[in-house]
Design a protein around this ligand. Structure first.
Ligand code: NAG
Ligand code: NAG
Ligand code: NAG
Ligand code: NAG
Ligand code: NAG
Length: 258
């Protein structure tokens, strides 16, 4: 077999696996959750076909994409963002942008829990949503990045971390959480996850689209601070003008007596 044949066969197997697993999700409640075997296989094929992420010395804008998990044909968890893995290597920061084109989406939803997992060759990013009362949030965020090895046959450095028992991106029922400002989360001493232009929601997603937005604090400040500052400046000017006017009135009582 030539390399081209082998490549074609791998592609065919991969396509078959992906098709097969997406078929099985159609008639099952949790997307891909019941077919871990297929997942492992296709991840392995992917791994062989491309190379591990290489870290970049400079930051660049990551591509923004929408990722969704379905249950009974309905979107039950979705997120839209660009994401950058920031890694500390010998006290220097290095960067890796997740590429939506080579990212696979898996996950599942139950009544109170939803998992959205994004896998790529050399790592993953996984959100676990919880619903509690009127609120929903991301309680767990896991990430792993295995970068290009320094030599052939050796394993690359692995950066991984987890944020657990958190209430990230908290919002109320039917609403999405939105943050246009950059959100940086330190999930290990040597790994920070940076989200660009984030919008995220799980449970009660109607019409397969994001609901009304809950704005993050940073966006709120960005939006209101200039207005507040403007009001303060306007206030100061007004007071200054008043003081001047009053002073002038006081300093010429003589004219008024005439
Ligand atoms: C989901 O798949 C599992 C195993 O394949 C099966 O046992 C279960 O009955 C399925 N559930 C539904 C609702 O089809
Ligand atoms: C992966 O690639 C190596 C060589 O590049 C090859 O020997 C091996 O059989 C491949 N494994 C799979 C699962 O395709
Ligand atoms: C919200 O979703 C939960 C679980 O998916 C469901 O039980 C509940 O009826 C939904 N509520 C509304 C108001 O749509
Ligand atoms: C990242 O930090 C963790 C915890 O200190 C350490 O175990 C791991 O080896 C580090 N990874 C790399 C690639 O340096
Ligand atoms: C959520 O949306 C459903 C219909 O999509 C509606 O019946 C329900 O009242 C909404 N709940 C809240 C808290 O807005």
């Amino acid at each position: 077999m030539t390399d081209a044949h082998r490549m074609a066969m791998h592609l065919f197997i991969l396509a078959a696996l992906l098709f097969g697993s997406s078929m099985s999700s159609e008639d099952n409640n949790s997307l891909l959750a019941e077919s871990p075997l297929n997942q492992v296989k296709s991840v392995e094929v992917l791994r062989n076909m491309s190379k591990k992420p290489s870290l970049q010395p400079h930051e660049s804008m990551p591509l923004i994409e929408t990722y969704a998990v379905k249950k009974d044909g309905q979107v039950c968890a979705m997120a839209r963002f660009g994401v950058e893995f920031m890694v500390k290597e010998n006290k220097e920061m290095m960067y890796f942008n997740m590429d939506p084109k080579s990212t696979r989406i898996t996950g599942y939803c139950t009544d109170q829990k939803a998992v959205l997992s994004l896998e790529f060759d050399g790592g993953y990013l996984e959100f676990t949503f919880l619903e509690s009362g009127e609120q929903s949030y991301v309680s767990k965020l896991r990430a792993l990045l295995e970068t290009e090895p320094y030599c052939k046959q050796c394993k690359g450095p692995i950066y991984s971390g987890i944020l657990n028992h958190e209430q990230l991106f908290k919002t109320t029922k039917n609403k999405s959480f939105k943050c246009l400002s950059v959100t940086s989360l330190n999930i290990a001493v040597n790994l920070t996850i940076k989200f660009i232009s984030l919008q995220i929601q799980a449970f009660n997603i109607s019409m397969n689209n994001f609901g009304k937005e809950t704005e993050c604090w940073a966006d709120y400040l960005k939006r209101t601070l200039p207005i507040a500052m403007g009001a303060v400046v306007a206030g100061i000017i007004l007071i200054a003008v008043l003081v001047c006017v009053l002073k002038r009135e006081h300093s010429r009582p003589g004219y008024e007596q005439l």
